[in-house]
Design a protein around this ligand. Structure first.
Ligand SMILES: Nc1ncnc2c1ncn2[C@@H]1O[C@H](COP(=O)(O)OP(=O)(O)O)[C@@H](O)[C@H]1O
Ligand SMILES: [Mg+2]
Length: 271
């Protein structure tokens, strides 16, 4: 089943072209790492897919419907890069998670017992139940991120879009965070589009790479990407560095062709 199709998409902020002729398709069950240097248009692309920004050119199809007609938003979970959290509102962690249910409510209905049960359940699953009654604004960055993930997952979305979700997490929370996400992909077949710079931690879970630098530099399977070192000159320094990094961290299996430098230590620098 096709989850998302993007056709001939281009976008400019006043005067500055940020995305040029983007074409790709995501089918059900894939776990895709969306990678690219800072400013390469990743967040902009995501906002366009969700109808939060309007592109000047191109077509977007979500779950088989044109974006303009699409209304099953409860099927999509989105964790923003700079989460639009109610910092000024005195909401508890529980209150923030429960807000995730709003997209399923028609009109101004109040939350009921069932909603509270659902909220408790997802908070237990994501290990943030112990601070459910604390004010969201008083939680640590990592705790807030867990609460926001719980809010994103409460409707059990079929398509999950995460924009640099691990930035506020320490390295052990990061590992746990990515394990939770990958379990959703493995067990529930949740389709995932993940923007991250933690590719050494997450590379083992994803099955596709989408590399963006205003245009699509690469879109395909992890194996094809790992074996494409020969053409990295065309890819540019970001992608060259990424491939080297994937080899040194063991995310990419050593290719059959040993003609290039993989396997050697290129510094193992974090991307
Ligand atoms: N609201 C905006 N107005 C004008 N330019 C923007 C805006 N948001 C982002 N940009 C610019 O668009 C480019 C892509 O940004 P963004 O999509 O946030 O990149 P990424 O998420 O890959 O780091 C950058 O050059 C950024 O400065
Ligand atoms: Mg971004």
């Amino acid at each position: 089943m096709s989850i998302l199709e993007v056709k001939n998409l281009s976008f400019s902020y006043t005067g500055q072209t940020v995305l040029k002729n983007i074409n790709f398709k995501i089918t059900e069950g894939n776990y895709i790492a969306l990678l690219g240097p800072n400013g390469s248009g990743k967040t902009t692309l995501i906002k366009i897919l969700l109808g939060l920004l309007q592109s000047q050119k191109g077509k977007i199809i979500l779950f088989g419907s044109a974006l303009k007609k699409f209304n099953a938003w409860q099927n999509i979970g989105y964790l923003e890069q700079k989460a639009n959290t109610p910092h000024n509102m005195p909401l508890t962690a529980f209150g923030v998670v429960r807000l995730g249910l709003l997209s399923t409510k028609k009109g101004l209905k109040l939350f009921n017992k069932e909603d509270n049960k659902k909220t408790d359940a997802i908070m237990k699953k994501l290990h943030c139940y112990s601070y459910k009654d604390k004010l969201f604004s008083e939680l640590s960055g990592g705790q807030q991120q867990r609460v926001l993930l719980a809010r994103t997952l409460i409707n059990e979305p079929k398509f999950l879009i995460l924009d640099e979700p691990s930035t506020a997490l320490d390295s052990s929370s990061r590992e746990e965070f990515f394990e939770i996400i990958s379990a959703l992909n493995e067990e529930n077949k949740t389709t995932i589009l993940l923007v991250t710079h933690d590719i050494s931690q997450v590379g083992k879970y994803v099955n596709k790479f989408l590399i963006l630098d205003k245009q699509i530099v690469f879109y395909g399977s992890k194996e094809d990407f790992c074996n494409s070192a020969e053409v990295t000159e065309y890819f540019g320094p970001y992608t060259q560095h990424l491939i080297d990094h994937l080899h040194t961290t063991g995310t990419c299996p050593l290719p059959h062709n040993h003609g290039h430098n993989c396997g050697h230590n290129h510094g193992g620098e974090m991307l």
